[in-house]
Design a protein around this ligand. Structure first.
Ligand code: ADP
Length: 582
């Protein structure tokens, strides 16, 4: 991913960045209007100053002096007020662009299949959404308006300077070549540093995720890897110090060099005004007004150069964001979705399904054909790693088959809207993700319009009501981070209650692998039976005790179905199942 970022940065088009601002054109036009008006207004002061020095003061014309002075103050007041308005509009536009980007990235990543999240480091995604988009904020809100304001001020000042004295204006041009040279060097350095810093920040996030998430803390505490993690965090943080230092110094050197050049220019101007060939051709007022203008010219010029630098580094940020936005969505809604029959019957078929995990050499599931009639039950048994969970994942479209197809009532899953599929198929996996909120809200997540009575009914059916009733605030108790206050069996029953609320026609159940104590196991089993009643069910069985009553048992081995039948027929055949059951 790192290597790709560099090439992507080179290809980011300015057009694409500008397109983000297109919806805000009217307001941007107002901003530019304000900028032009205030920079033109600002130009009036040096001319007022020249009049004060060359006329009002020597001629002791008090009325003229008062008018000129009032004019100077008025110009300052008006431009300041305009500046506030400009900041307000520009910030609003900038924030809206950021908001759009954040939401787009979030939405787009959410559409990615689980395969994406399996191969992406945990902290990486968070880092891009928070750090990278946050980093662009400065560019979008401040930089864009400074470009406009600095540019107009620079142009207006240059015009005014030329009007005062074109000869002195030419002298002032000596600053341009060294300034441009400095700028290009610093820009290149900054860009490289920014790219590296964002990577380093992403690394830091990964360490935070690995070290400070509940699962990560447990792993490192039990493995005794705490010191190593701290070491890694510290090393990553140290590298950040260095990068930040280099980044700031690069900018500081440029400012230092420019300050020297800036100080030299008025000196050169006074010198050229006093040298024999030109001496006496310029009034004192013109000279003072000119040096005032000239100092005003270099401030926006410096600003523009600085923006060049921060623009260069922000292109790297845009590149990383666009890279995410450009990720193809591999599992998406079909272009021409097929409607499910109403009511859905719930017949589930695998037709010669093969699936290879990306990057794997061998198929996790190969040539699987299964027919699960509506309302019947299928139990899948087999050794660990035989492909049972993969079969379950294919039914809910966490992956799509590499070959073959899976159908519900004869319709290919890929022809269904994802939302339709989710309403028809419910899954209770081994791992139950609970949100950090109340038990009630966790249950309601499955069905936002569920009443409290329905929620309690589902909890009772899932054999978890008594456990919840025993909590400090029963249904309003806040679940600990990822549900760590619940045992595995309890979490699974909460998941069952959630699925009951959704009321899907087809159920995919992945039994817990870890042994539960007998009473918990019985409760979970009863909950599963309650859930399965009247529905098509596919159970990934890890213990044979639970499969006896299934209408159909499929034995998988290395991704293939090697036997199917009922408990009795399979036992009488005397094959693999009979050996397992013996
Ligand atoms: P079971 O549920 O029967 O234990 P799985 O379906 O989890 O088996 O795994 C089947 C095979 O697929 C195994 O060889 C496993 O290593 C592989 N596998 C599972 N998940 C992934 C994954 N995300 N990426 C690559 N290979 C995987």
């Amino acid at each position: 991913m790192e290597a790709r970022t560099d090439t992507a940065a080179a290809k980011v088009s300015l057009g694409r960045i500008l397109r983000l601002f297109r919806p805000h054109r009217p307001r941007l036009a107002v901003v530019i209007g304000i900028i032009v008006v205030s920079s033109v207004l600002g130009m009036a002061s040096p001319f007022l100053l020249r009049e004060i020095i060359d006329r009002a003061l020597p001629e002791r014309d008090v009325t003229l002096l008062v008018w000129l002075v009032v004019g100077m103050v008025a110009v300052a007041a008006v431009t300041s007020v305009l500046g506030v308005g400009q900041t307000w509009i520009a910030t609003t536009v900038g924030q809206q662009v950021m908001h759009r980007l954040r939401v787009d990235v979030f939405t787009h990543l959410h559409r990615q299949s689980v395969a994406f999240f399996t191969r992406t480091r945990a902290g990486e995604v968070q880092s891009r959404i928070t750090n990278d988009i946050g980093g662009m904020q400065a560019v979008v809100t401040t930089t864009a308006t400074s470009i406009a304001s600095n540019l107009t001020t620079a142009v207006a000042t240059a015009v005014a300077m030329a009007a005062l004295s074109w000869q002195l204006s030419l002298v002032s041009l000596v600053i341009v070549p060294p300034a441009l040279y400095l700028n290009r060097r610093v820009a290149r350095m900054r860009k490289e540093i920014t790219t590296r810093r964002q990577q380093e920040l992403a690394d830091l996030n990964v360490v935070i995720e690995e070290g400070l998430s509940i699962s990560g803390v447990q792993l490192s505490k039990t493995m005794g890897t705490g010191p190593a993690l701290i070491e890694r965090f510290s090393a990553s943080s140290t590298r950040l110090i260095d990068l930040q230092l280099r980044s700031n110094l690069a900018g500081r050197w440029r400012v230092a060099a420019m300050s020297v050049i800036l100080a030299a220019i008025p000196a050169v101007i006074y010198l050229s005004a006093g040298l024999p060939p030109t001496a006496g051709t310029l009034s004192i007022g013109t000279l003072v007004a000119f040096t005032t203008l000239q100092s005003r010219l270099f401030q926006p010029l410096m600003g523009l150069l600085g923006i060049g630098v921060s623009l260069a580094s922000s292109v790297a940020l845009f590149a990383r964001i666009f890279e995410y936005l450009d990720l193809p969505v591999d599992i998406d809604d079909p272009v021409h979705p097929v409607e499910l029959p109403s009511p859905v019957r719930g017949r589930l078929c695998f037709e010669d399904v093969t699936f290879v995990y990306p990057g794997n050499k061998t198929a996790a599931v190969s040539g699987v054909s299964l027919d699960v009639p509506a309302g019947s039950s299928l139990a899948v048994v087999g050794e660990t790693g035989s492909g049972k969970s993969t079969l379950a994942a294919l039914i809910v479209r966490l992956h799509d088959p590499s070959a073959g197809r899976i159908t519900i009532d004869g319709i290919d899953l890929r022809d269904l809207r994802l939302a339709d599929l989710a309403s028809v198929v419910g899954m209770v996996g081994q791992e139950t993700y609970l949100l950090h909120t109340t038990v009630r809200e966790n249950l309601r997540y499955a069905r936002p319009d569920a009443t409290d009575a329905q929620i309690e009914q589902a909890a009772r059916a899932a054999q978890i009501h008594d456990v919840i009733a025993g909590l400090p605030d029963d249904y309003d108790t806040v679940v600990g981070s990822r549900g760590h206050r619940f045992s595995g069996g309890e979490k699974q029953r909460i998941a069952i209650a959630r699925t009951l609320l959704r009321d899907p026609r087809i159920l995919v159940l992945d039994e817990a692998t870890s042994a539960l104590d007998t009473s918990t196991e019985r409760a979970v089993q009863r909950a599963f039976e309650e859930l399965a009643r009247g529905r098509t069910t596919v159970t990934i069985a890890h213990r044979l005790s639970t499969v006896r009553d299934a209408d159909q048992i499929a034995v998988v081995d290395h991704g293939r179905i090697i036997e199917t039948g009922t408990h009795d027929t399979l036992v009488s055949v005397g094959g693999r199942y009979a050996a397992l059951a013996a």
